[in-house]
Design a protein around this ligand. Structure first.
Ligand code: PLP
Length: 358
Protein backbone atom coordinates (compact mmCIF):
# COMPACT_ATOMS: atom_id res chain seq x y z
CA UNK A 1 0.00 0.00 0.00
CA UNK A 2 2.81 2.40 0.93
CA UNK A 3 4.46 1.77 -2.42
CA UNK A 4 1.17 2.43 -4.25
CA UNK A 5 0.87 5.75 -2.43
CA UNK A 6 4.48 6.68 -3.24
CA UNK A 7 3.90 5.84 -6.88
CA UNK A 8 0.61 7.76 -6.84
CA UNK A 9 2.38 10.83 -5.53
CA UNK A 10 5.04 10.66 -8.20
CA UNK A 11 2.42 10.67 -10.96
CA UNK A 12 -0.30 12.75 -9.33
CA UNK A 13 -3.13 13.73 -11.68
CA UNK A 14 -2.10 11.31 -14.41
CA UNK A 15 -4.10 8.52 -16.01
CA UNK A 16 -1.69 6.09 -14.36
CA UNK A 17 -2.74 7.42 -10.94
CA UNK A 18 -6.44 6.77 -11.63
CA UNK A 19 -5.64 3.21 -12.70
CA UNK A 20 -3.63 2.73 -9.51
CA UNK A 21 -6.40 4.15 -7.32
CA UNK A 22 -9.04 1.92 -8.91
CA UNK A 23 -6.76 -1.12 -8.49
CA UNK A 24 -6.20 -0.22 -4.83
CA UNK A 25 -9.96 0.16 -4.23
CA UNK A 26 -10.62 -3.22 -5.87
CA UNK A 27 -7.89 -4.84 -3.75
CA UNK A 28 -9.37 -3.39 -0.59
CA UNK A 29 -12.90 -4.49 -1.48
CA UNK A 30 -11.69 -8.02 -2.32
CA UNK A 31 -9.75 -8.36 0.91
CA UNK A 32 -12.51 -6.82 3.09
CA UNK A 33 -10.15 -4.02 4.19
CA UNK A 34 -10.63 -0.33 3.69
CA UNK A 35 -12.78 2.28 5.41
CA UNK A 36 -16.52 1.88 6.13
CA UNK A 37 -17.89 0.00 9.10
CA UNK A 38 -20.24 -2.58 7.61
CA UNK A 39 -21.63 -3.61 4.29
CA UNK A 40 -25.14 -4.11 5.74
CA UNK A 41 -25.21 -0.60 7.11
CA UNK A 42 -27.82 0.51 9.64
CA UNK A 43 -28.07 4.03 10.96
CA UNK A 44 -27.87 2.47 14.41
CA UNK A 45 -24.22 1.65 13.67
CA UNK A 46 -23.53 5.35 13.26
CA UNK A 47 -24.37 6.05 16.93
CA UNK A 48 -21.30 6.89 19.01
CA UNK A 49 -17.62 7.12 18.08
CA UNK A 50 -17.95 10.88 17.77
CA UNK A 51 -14.84 13.03 17.24
CA UNK A 52 -13.01 14.51 20.22
CA UNK A 53 -12.22 18.04 19.14
CA UNK A 54 -9.46 20.21 20.58
CA UNK A 55 -10.67 23.67 21.64
CA UNK A 56 -7.85 25.78 20.25
CA UNK A 57 -8.73 29.41 19.69
CA UNK A 58 -10.45 30.01 23.02
CA UNK A 59 -7.69 28.41 25.09
CA UNK A 60 -4.67 30.47 23.98
CA UNK A 61 -4.36 32.01 27.45
CA UNK A 62 -4.06 28.63 29.17
CA UNK A 63 -0.54 27.44 29.74
CA UNK A 64 -0.46 23.82 30.88
CA UNK A 65 -4.12 22.93 30.35
CA UNK A 66 -5.81 21.56 27.22
CA UNK A 67 -9.56 21.26 26.62
CA UNK A 68 -11.09 18.64 24.33
CA UNK A 69 -14.79 18.33 23.51
CA UNK A 70 -16.91 15.38 22.34
CA UNK A 71 -18.95 16.43 19.29
CA UNK A 72 -22.17 14.66 20.22
CA UNK A 73 -24.43 16.50 17.78
CA UNK A 74 -22.78 14.36 15.09
CA UNK A 75 -24.79 11.36 16.25
CA UNK A 76 -27.44 10.49 13.61
CA UNK A 77 -30.33 11.73 15.78
CA UNK A 78 -28.43 14.96 16.42
CA UNK A 79 -27.57 14.54 20.10
CA UNK A 80 -25.83 12.52 22.79
CA UNK A 81 -29.20 10.99 23.62
CA UNK A 82 -28.90 8.50 20.75
CA UNK A 83 -26.51 6.55 22.96
CA UNK A 84 -28.87 6.24 25.94
CA UNK A 85 -31.92 5.74 23.70
CA UNK A 86 -30.32 2.80 21.90
CA UNK A 87 -29.16 1.11 25.08
CA UNK A 88 -32.51 1.61 26.85
CA UNK A 89 -34.41 0.11 23.91
CA UNK A 90 -32.01 -2.79 23.33
CA UNK A 91 -31.82 -3.65 27.04
CA UNK A 92 -35.63 -3.62 27.04
CA UNK A 93 -35.60 -6.08 24.13
CA UNK A 94 -33.01 -8.30 25.82
CA UNK A 95 -34.89 -8.42 29.12
CA UNK A 96 -38.17 -9.25 27.36
CA UNK A 97 -39.88 -6.13 28.74
CA UNK A 98 -40.07 -4.50 25.31
CA UNK A 99 -42.01 -6.64 22.90
CA UNK A 100 -43.43 -5.95 19.42
CA UNK A 101 -46.92 -5.07 20.59
CA UNK A 102 -45.76 -2.62 23.27
CA UNK A 103 -45.51 1.14 22.84
CA UNK A 104 -42.33 2.88 23.98
CA UNK A 105 -43.37 5.59 26.46
CA UNK A 106 -41.33 8.28 28.21
CA UNK A 107 -41.27 11.92 29.16
CA UNK A 108 -38.67 14.08 27.48
CA UNK A 109 -38.11 17.67 26.54
CA UNK A 110 -36.77 16.71 23.12
CA UNK A 111 -33.44 15.07 22.46
CA UNK A 112 -34.18 11.72 24.09
CA UNK A 113 -37.53 11.69 22.33
CA UNK A 114 -35.88 12.25 18.97
CA UNK A 115 -33.47 9.41 19.74
CA UNK A 116 -36.28 7.00 20.71
CA UNK A 117 -38.26 8.07 17.65
CA UNK A 118 -35.41 7.47 15.21
CA UNK A 119 -34.41 4.13 16.74
CA UNK A 120 -38.03 2.95 17.01
CA UNK A 121 -38.66 3.83 13.35
CA UNK A 122 -35.68 1.69 12.35
CA UNK A 123 -36.72 -1.21 14.59
CA UNK A 124 -40.47 -0.94 13.94
CA UNK A 125 -41.84 0.15 17.34
CA UNK A 126 -44.47 2.77 18.14
CA UNK A 127 -43.55 5.67 20.45
CA UNK A 128 -45.61 7.96 22.69
CA UNK A 129 -43.89 10.88 24.36
CA UNK A 130 -45.09 13.14 27.12
CA UNK A 131 -43.66 16.63 26.61
CA UNK A 132 -44.33 20.04 28.11
CA UNK A 133 -46.37 21.99 25.58
CA UNK A 134 -43.73 24.72 25.39
CA UNK A 135 -40.94 22.63 23.81
CA UNK A 136 -39.56 24.39 20.77
CA UNK A 137 -41.35 24.20 17.42
CA UNK A 138 -38.17 22.70 15.91
CA UNK A 139 -38.39 19.76 18.30
CA UNK A 140 -42.10 19.26 17.81
CA UNK A 141 -41.53 19.19 14.04
CA UNK A 142 -38.76 16.62 14.31
CA UNK A 143 -40.83 14.36 16.57
CA UNK A 144 -43.84 14.61 14.28
CA UNK A 145 -41.67 13.81 11.25
CA UNK A 146 -40.71 10.49 12.86
CA UNK A 147 -44.40 9.71 13.43
CA UNK A 148 -44.39 9.89 17.21
CA UNK A 149 -47.59 10.45 19.20
CA UNK A 150 -47.11 13.50 21.43
CA UNK A 151 -48.98 13.99 24.68
CA UNK A 152 -48.68 17.56 25.87
CA UNK A 153 -48.57 18.57 29.52
CA UNK A 154 -49.05 21.95 31.13
CA UNK A 155 -45.99 24.07 30.41
CA UNK A 156 -46.33 25.47 33.93
CA UNK A 157 -45.36 22.05 35.27
CA UNK A 158 -42.12 21.83 33.23
CA UNK A 159 -40.24 18.58 32.60
CA UNK A 160 -41.17 17.24 36.05
CA UNK A 161 -44.86 17.55 35.13
CA UNK A 162 -44.25 15.48 31.98
CA UNK A 163 -42.36 12.89 34.00
CA UNK A 164 -45.25 12.40 36.44
CA UNK A 165 -47.79 12.22 33.61
CA UNK A 166 -45.78 9.51 31.81
CA UNK A 167 -45.76 7.50 35.03
CA UNK A 168 -49.51 7.97 35.42
CA UNK A 169 -50.21 6.83 31.84
CA UNK A 170 -48.04 3.76 32.34
CA UNK A 171 -49.60 2.80 35.65
CA UNK A 172 -53.10 3.11 34.20
CA UNK A 173 -52.22 0.63 31.45
CA UNK A 174 -48.93 -1.20 32.09
CA UNK A 175 -49.61 -4.00 29.58
CA UNK A 176 -49.67 -1.53 26.68
CA UNK A 177 -46.39 0.21 27.38
CA UNK A 178 -42.67 -0.15 27.79
CA UNK A 179 -41.83 2.69 30.19
CA UNK A 180 -38.34 3.71 29.12
CA UNK A 181 -37.93 5.97 32.20
CA UNK A 182 -34.63 7.63 31.28
CA UNK A 183 -34.37 9.32 34.71
CA UNK A 184 -34.30 6.04 36.62
CA UNK A 185 -33.22 3.44 34.06
CA UNK A 186 -29.64 2.18 34.64
CA UNK A 187 -29.35 1.44 30.91
CA UNK A 188 -29.03 5.22 30.49
CA UNK A 189 -25.73 5.55 32.37
CA UNK A 190 -24.54 2.13 31.18
CA UNK A 191 -24.65 3.41 27.57
CA UNK A 192 -22.02 5.99 28.51
CA UNK A 193 -20.05 3.52 30.61
CA UNK A 194 -19.78 1.20 27.60
CA UNK A 195 -19.27 3.80 24.87
CA UNK A 196 -18.57 7.47 25.74
CA UNK A 197 -16.14 6.63 28.56
CA UNK A 198 -14.21 4.06 26.54
CA UNK A 199 -13.98 6.37 23.52
CA UNK A 200 -12.55 9.17 25.69
CA UNK A 201 -9.88 6.87 27.10
CA UNK A 202 -8.82 5.82 23.60
CA UNK A 203 -9.09 9.28 22.06
CA UNK A 204 -6.99 10.93 24.78
CA UNK A 205 -4.64 7.93 24.96
CA UNK A 206 -5.46 7.74 28.64
CA UNK A 207 -4.29 11.30 29.31
CA UNK A 208 -7.61 12.82 30.51
CA UNK A 209 -7.35 14.36 33.98
CA UNK A 210 -10.82 15.95 34.30
CA UNK A 211 -14.32 15.34 32.94
CA UNK A 212 -16.81 18.21 32.85
CA UNK A 213 -20.38 17.36 31.81
CA UNK A 214 -23.85 18.86 32.09
CA UNK A 215 -26.45 17.12 34.21
CA UNK A 216 -29.94 16.43 32.90
CA UNK A 217 -30.77 12.87 33.89
CA UNK A 218 -27.15 12.52 34.99
CA UNK A 219 -26.65 9.55 32.65
CA UNK A 220 -23.74 11.07 30.71
CA UNK A 221 -21.81 12.15 33.77
CA UNK A 222 -22.49 9.01 35.83
CA UNK A 223 -21.64 6.47 33.12
CA UNK A 224 -18.69 8.26 31.54
CA UNK A 225 -17.41 9.29 34.96
CA UNK A 226 -17.58 5.77 36.43
CA UNK A 227 -15.65 4.37 33.48
CA UNK A 228 -12.97 7.07 33.68
CA UNK A 229 -12.59 6.68 37.46
CA UNK A 230 -12.17 2.93 37.07
CA UNK A 231 -9.47 3.50 34.47
CA UNK A 232 -7.71 6.11 36.61
CA UNK A 233 -9.08 6.94 40.08
CA UNK A 234 -7.17 10.24 39.90
CA UNK A 235 -9.47 11.61 37.17
CA UNK A 236 -11.70 14.33 38.58
CA UNK A 237 -15.40 14.57 37.72
CA UNK A 238 -17.33 17.83 37.57
CA UNK A 239 -21.05 18.24 36.97
CA UNK A 240 -22.48 21.36 35.34
CA UNK A 241 -25.82 22.75 36.50
CA UNK A 242 -27.77 25.95 35.90
CA UNK A 243 -27.13 28.47 38.68
CA UNK A 244 -30.78 28.55 39.76
CA UNK A 245 -34.16 26.96 39.22
CA UNK A 246 -35.01 29.98 37.08
CA UNK A 247 -32.89 29.11 34.06
CA UNK A 248 -33.10 28.66 30.30
CA UNK A 249 -30.50 25.99 29.60
CA UNK A 250 -32.54 23.29 27.90
CA UNK A 251 -31.51 19.76 28.82
CA UNK A 252 -29.92 20.67 32.17
CA UNK A 253 -31.46 20.39 35.62
CA UNK A 254 -30.97 22.50 38.71
CA UNK A 255 -31.03 19.59 41.13
CA UNK A 256 -31.97 21.52 44.23
CA UNK A 257 -35.27 22.63 42.74
CA UNK A 258 -36.08 19.62 40.52
CA UNK A 259 -37.14 16.02 41.00
CA UNK A 260 -33.83 14.21 41.50
CA UNK A 261 -33.20 11.45 38.91
CA UNK A 262 -32.77 8.01 40.45
CA UNK A 263 -29.57 7.39 38.47
CA UNK A 264 -27.88 10.59 39.67
CA UNK A 265 -25.35 9.91 42.45
CA UNK A 266 -23.56 13.05 43.54
CA UNK A 267 -21.17 11.12 45.78
CA UNK A 268 -18.93 10.11 42.86
CA UNK A 269 -18.36 13.75 41.85
CA UNK A 270 -15.45 15.98 42.79
CA UNK A 271 -17.56 19.10 42.36
CA UNK A 272 -20.36 20.93 40.60
CA UNK A 273 -19.95 24.12 38.58
CA UNK A 274 -23.00 26.39 38.33
CA UNK A 275 -23.52 28.43 35.16
CA UNK A 276 -25.81 31.36 34.42
CA UNK A 277 -28.12 31.11 31.40
CA UNK A 278 -26.56 34.23 29.84
CA UNK A 279 -23.05 32.78 30.22
CA UNK A 280 -24.12 29.51 28.60
CA UNK A 281 -25.68 31.25 25.59
CA UNK A 282 -22.77 33.64 25.18
CA UNK A 283 -20.31 30.76 25.25
CA UNK A 284 -22.37 28.82 22.69
CA UNK A 285 -22.25 31.90 20.46
CA UNK A 286 -18.49 32.15 20.87
CA UNK A 287 -18.03 28.44 20.13
CA UNK A 288 -19.68 28.96 16.74
CA UNK A 289 -17.71 32.10 15.89
CA UNK A 290 -14.34 31.24 17.33
CA UNK A 291 -14.14 27.46 16.98
CA UNK A 292 -16.63 26.72 14.18
CA UNK A 293 -18.74 24.62 16.55
CA UNK A 294 -22.43 25.55 16.23
CA UNK A 295 -23.79 24.02 19.41
CA UNK A 296 -26.67 24.41 21.84
CA UNK A 297 -26.73 26.27 25.17
CA UNK A 298 -25.96 23.20 27.32
CA UNK A 299 -22.73 22.86 25.32
CA UNK A 300 -22.04 26.52 26.04
CA UNK A 301 -22.55 25.81 29.74
CA UNK A 302 -20.16 22.84 29.59
CA UNK A 303 -17.46 24.88 27.91
CA UNK A 304 -17.93 27.85 30.23
CA UNK A 305 -17.45 25.48 33.20
CA UNK A 306 -14.43 23.83 31.53
CA UNK A 307 -12.73 27.18 31.00
CA UNK A 308 -13.39 28.20 34.62
CA UNK A 309 -11.91 24.93 35.80
CA UNK A 310 -8.95 25.23 33.41
CA UNK A 311 -8.15 28.68 34.77
CA UNK A 312 -8.03 27.29 38.32
CA UNK A 313 -5.53 24.46 37.67
CA UNK A 314 -1.93 24.48 36.44
CA UNK A 315 -1.82 21.35 34.36
CA UNK A 316 -4.26 18.91 32.86
CA UNK A 317 -6.37 17.62 30.01
CA UNK A 318 -10.03 18.48 30.44
CA UNK A 319 -12.62 16.56 28.45
CA UNK A 320 -16.07 18.03 28.09
CA UNK A 321 -19.23 17.03 26.28
CA UNK A 322 -21.13 19.09 23.70
CA UNK A 323 -24.57 17.36 23.77
CA UNK A 324 -26.34 18.87 20.76
CA UNK A 325 -26.19 21.37 17.91
CA UNK A 326 -27.27 24.99 17.60
CA UNK A 327 -29.87 24.32 14.91
CA UNK A 328 -32.22 22.88 17.56
CA UNK A 329 -32.56 26.31 19.20
CA UNK A 330 -34.57 29.21 17.86
CA UNK A 331 -32.36 32.05 19.02
CA UNK A 332 -29.25 32.75 21.04
CA UNK A 333 -31.12 34.06 24.03
CA UNK A 334 -31.89 37.45 22.55
CA UNK A 335 -34.49 37.50 25.32
CA UNK A 336 -32.97 35.38 28.08
CA UNK A 337 -35.87 35.90 30.47
CA UNK A 338 -38.22 34.39 27.90
CA UNK A 339 -35.94 31.34 27.69
CA UNK A 340 -35.82 31.09 31.46
CA UNK A 341 -39.60 31.25 31.73
CA UNK A 342 -39.85 28.33 29.32
CA UNK A 343 -37.74 26.05 31.46
CA UNK A 344 -37.94 27.29 34.98
CA UNK A 345 -40.03 25.20 37.32
CA UNK A 346 -39.25 27.44 40.28
CA UNK A 347 -40.47 30.46 38.37
CA UNK A 348 -43.45 28.53 37.12
CA UNK A 349 -44.36 27.63 40.69
CA UNK A 350 -44.00 31.24 41.70
CA UNK A 351 -46.31 32.53 39.01
CA UNK A 352 -48.74 29.69 39.49
CA UNK A 353 -48.57 28.36 43.07
CA UNK A 354 -51.67 26.21 42.43
CA UNK A 355 -49.54 23.97 40.17
CA UNK A 356 -47.93 21.95 42.93
CA UNK A 357 -46.42 18.68 41.84
CA UNK A 358 -46.24 16.37 44.79
C1 PLP B 1 -29.20 19.42 25.31
C2 PLP B 1 -28.86 18.52 26.43
N1 PLP B 1 -27.77 18.76 27.13
C3 PLP B 1 -27.42 17.97 28.17
C4 PLP B 1 -28.18 16.92 28.57
C5 PLP B 1 -27.78 16.11 29.76
O1 PLP B 1 -27.56 14.77 29.53
P1 PLP B 1 -27.88 13.67 30.63
O2 PLP B 1 -29.36 13.43 30.61
O3 PLP B 1 -27.12 12.48 30.20
O4 PLP B 1 -27.47 14.18 31.97
C6 PLP B 1 -29.34 16.67 27.86
C7 PLP B 1 -30.23 15.63 28.26
O5 PLP B 1 -31.38 15.57 27.89
C8 PLP B 1 -29.68 17.48 26.75
O6 PLP B 1 -30.80 17.27 26.03
Amino acid sequence: MASIQAKALSCAGSKELKVLQIRQLKDELDSGRGPGKETAFSLLNAIGETPLIRIRNMTGHLKGVEIFAKAEWLNPGGSIKDRAGLRIIEDGERSGQLTREKIILDSTSGNTGIAYAMIAAIKGYRVELVVPENISEERKKALEAYGVKLIFTDPLLGSDGALLEAKRIYEANPKNYFLADQYNNPSNWKAHYETTGVEIIYQTRGRATHLVAGVGTGGTLMGTGKRLKEFDPGIKLFGVQPDSGFHGIEGLKHMETAIRPGIYDESILDGTIFVKTEEAYEMARRLAREEGLWVGPSSGAALWASLKLAESIEKGLIVTILPDGGSRYPEYCSDCDKQKRRFSLKYQREISPSHQLL
